[in-house]
Design a protein around this ligand. Sequence first.
Ligand code: ADP
Length: 496
Amino acid sequence: MATRYSEQVQAFLARPHRLLVNGEWVPSSDTEEIPVLDPATGQIITRVAGAGARDVDLAVTAAHEALEDGPWRRMSARDRARLLQRLAGLVAEHAEEFAELEAIDAGKPLVAARSFDVEFSLRHLEYYAGWPTKIAGQTLPVAVPGVAVRTERVPVGVAGQIIPWNFPLLMAAWKLSPALAAGCTVVLKPSELTPLSALRLGELICEAGFPPGVVNIVPGTGPLAGAAIVEHPLVRKIAFTGSTAVGTSIAAAAAQTMKRVTLELGGKSPLLVFDDADQPAAVETALAAAFANAGQNCSAGSRLYVQEGVFEEFLTAFTARVTDFQLGHGLDEGVTMGPLISARQRDRVTGYITAAERSGARLLTGGADTPAGTDPAGFFVRPTVVTDVPQDAPIVQQEVFGPVVVALPFTDEADALAKADDTVYGLAAGVCTRDIGRANRVTARLRAGSVYVNTYGHSDAAAPYGGFKQSGLGRELGAENLDAYLETRTVWTSLS
Ligand code: ADP
């Protein structure tokens, strides 16, 4: 298997994978190594050091000192921007290596890793590299005589960043870029399931010349390393992307020391297809919405509501396209869908399919069996379309996080909106229609952080992203995300 890897990836895998603390790669002091699996084969590719509470303490202390005393604090905004630009340049230079790492660690088709994960990571770094020189306070026209009043925008402090396994490099870039642009220092914990690209990024962060302690990277498990970050008193801000269950517990724990928190959590996002929509275009939109990244996507359009007059016809065309996916190893030519991340995730997803079938659901394609032609030791699930289920069924209400879409009919706009809103989530939503009035009426009523009209699933460094309801707190990306890493200091100066 290893012979399939490029020389660069082989060389990276052969290096020891330690923790990045204070600009050095150090062994873990607390815990055992974590095996890293290729999800398409179930084989161990390498092992990485897993951080424990003591390691996290060292990392947070290094980040704190870098913020208080180091060159980072004195650095001009221009030089901070240049470091981000240099990092973006290095990521671009190593784009192929990153794409390959994502393919073997996260199970992504190489083409998707290249065109989405790596490309968008670069865009985030480049976008936020433009911000340090534009962060400014204000002079305020207060009514108090004899004083001058101004605001300063200052970094919030050490940021603890905890990221998931579905977009490992992208989530690291997405979290690091605004924090560094704002002048914070960071302790980043990649998912224990996909630590490789963040570790490689850490090497490039050192090469780019970021001062020691500005970025610390501590792979480790959630309950150990993650919880230690959330509980550490010197961490002033937590940025978390992951499940709503863990996000809820993080928000509660962070409240103890009043940490600033942004949470980007789960979703069960609806796509509404009206009978006046361009049906072939809507089929492609629904396909991308439901199955991008094998459905392991917070904003996956996993509830497909189609107006009753066109329901059966639409589903026939949609199902035919779903069967086009080529499942396999991300490094194999022509593969368009990879495996799920772990045996546990595969079993969770197939559990939803089996339970739905048992309670009378109709499967239009897919199922819980191992897909033909894939490595049975890998964690593959067939892309699956389920219908004839009640609105309150678990497969309609809960985030499945796999290649499973539930298709249900609706009667009119009111019925579509009621069904769309009928979950605890509100991350994304889409509407397909040719009627501009309807598009405007419906988008104005959808309780979702990102709403798509006749398209689905875009994200961009300049566009705020986050959830209504239980899909999260605050917004990532865009100028709004900088606010999450800045405090405002109001300075009053006597003029006498
Ligand atoms: P997912 O289902 O996407 O893995 P999780 O919420 O389980 O979502 O994990 C997302 C990230 O949160 C991972 O980096 C994981 O290690 C971390 N994590 C899990 N549990 C905790 C916890 N109790 N405290 C802090 N971080 C955690």
